[in-house]
Design a protein. Structure first.
Length: 418
């Protein structure tokens, strides 16, 4: 089935650009925090710095861009109408940004009132976003968008589970001793639903739609498109039953390995020359496979850095690389589309691919590769590499921010005939 777009349904430019602008800002903040705190971030998964960094990434970097992408893509690809989008988009953006900063500060300062403040912003932000998107996804989508819509619905359901568990954890910190929780178990479930269900499934759902479009590849195998989402959610439900042991986790990781291999094979069959997005997405899939291999290694072979390396490869290597690469397609396209609607007679709009030249995006790709490599290596050698990884993340984020902001400031109108 061909992938078609309804561009006349595109939301206001500012409504989504503000989300994408926050992606490099939160990545920069995470990089600077790592430079400041150094090896403390790699002491254990429970260290306050690690938890602050985790949420600067999951809510700030990934959450912001995923929310922006959904607010943009659903009306255009699935013809969804998001209720009160003009109020919802800026309000959710402000609450999500403020809540993420408060949550990171709460972990760093260990202050119950800061956890309360974070919950007061994050819970309405995420429920409002999920509610608006759910209403949008409930409407009849064109047949070509059906696989994406089905997977994104499951991703949204996973976000709700993540938020409920995150809220319970946040309340346990805001009101110490009042809510009896098995913190380790609830955190495992919260992290699992957030990373695999919300982050992983959303990217898989969007990939089946945008990879064939932007990279001119064949479509994904229709069985993978149809079953990946259900298989992942079923495995997550079974993982939530402790008594079933490792078997559901193996099913879950096999499903993601299948997705990574299928994506790499499709990228090989693209009919366009490799560009920055090809490289970011190939890196993302290699990182996903590496995370799965490291998870499967026996503890004595993988060493002390194993748990953190799996998380770093999944969050920064897989999820963030995919998003970083996609920003170089989405942002120029939005700017181009917006300018098209307001060009004066005798003028034409600069070609999309010239708005951010590919060589500029590819330079940032190499900075990103250095940042991810140092971050992974720092899981085993924190004293030597933690601060260097922080510097590399900051430099890569500055470069991404500079490239995006330059594109926004460019005058895209040219005299016709140029
Ligand atoms: C309402 C929003 C959220 C709140 C209030 C929240 C709160 C928390 C809290 C309090 C913990 C620490 C638990 C402990 O130390 O025992 C935690 C851990 C974690 N959260 Fe969230 N969270 C939220 C959203 C998310 C999202 C959307 C994701 C992923 C996409 C996520 C990923 C994680 C991960 C991976 C951990 C475990 C970190 C580790 O083990 O090092 N969180 N969260």
């Amino acid at each position: 089935m061909q992938r078609a777009l309804s561009l006349d349904r595109s939301p206001a430019l500012g409504a989504v650009l503000r989300y994408f602008a926050c992606t490099p800002l939160f990545a920069l903040l995470a990089g600077l925090l790592l430079v400041w705190q150094g090896e403390a971030a790699f002491q254990s998964r429970w260290s306050p710095v690690t938890l602050a960094l985790t949420h600067l990434f999951t809510l700030g970097v990934l959450g912001m861009s995923m929310a922006g992408a959904l607010i943009q893509i659903l009306p255009v690809v699935a013809c969804s109408v998001l209720p009160h989008a003009r109020t919802m988009a800026p309000a959710v953006h402000a609450l999500l940004g403020a809540g993420t900063l408060a949550l990171a500060a709460a972990f760093l300062a260990s202050r119950p009132w800061l956890f309360g403040l974070a919950l007061a912003a994050l819970v309405p932000a995420l429920l409002w976003l999920a509610g608006a998107l759910a209403i949008g996804l409930w409407q009849r989508a064109p047949a070509g968008a059906a696989p994406m819509v089905a997977t994104v619905r499951l991703a949204l359901a996973s976000l709700l589970v993540t938020v409920v568990l995150g809220t319970l954890l946040g309340m346990a910190f805001a009101l110490p001793g009042v809510i009896p929780l098995d913190l380790a178990r609830v955190t495992d479930l919260h992290a699992m639903w957030g990373l695999f269900g919300w982050g992983g499934l959303l990217l898989a759902g969007v990939a089946v739609q945008v990879l064939p479009m932007f990279q001119v590849t064949p479509l994904y195998d229709s069985r993978l498109e149809r079953w990946l989402g259900s298989l992942v959610v079923l495995a997550l439900l079974l993982c939530s039953v402790k008594a079933l042991g490792l078997a559901p986790a193996i099913v879950l990781l096999s499903a993601f390995a299948l997705f990574a291999v299928a994506t790499l094979l499709l990228l090989k069959r693209r009919t366009r020359a490799a560009d920055a997005m090809t490289k970011f997405w190939s890196l993302a899939m290699v990182c996903l496979l590496a995370a799965i291999v490291i998870w499967a290694l026996p503890g004595e072979m993988a060493g002390a850095g194993q748990t953190l390396a799996v998380a770093v490869l999944f969050i920064a290597g897989f999820l963030y690389s995919t998003i970083n690469g996609m920003l170089y397609k989405i942002v120029p396209f939005l700017l181009w589309h917006h300018k098209q609607t307001e060009t004066a007679p005798g003028q034409r709009v600069m070609q999309v691919k010239r708005i951010i030249p590919d060589e500029v995006a590819q330079r940032q790709f190499y900075l990103h590769v250095i940042a991810v490599s140092l971050l992974v290596a720092a899981c085993w050698y924190p004293e030597a590499l933690a601060r260097a990884a922080g510097v590399a993340i900051s430099v890569s984020a500055l470069s991404l921010g500079w490239n995006l902001s330059r594109a926004c400031r460019r005058d895209l109108a040219q005299p016709a005939g140029v």
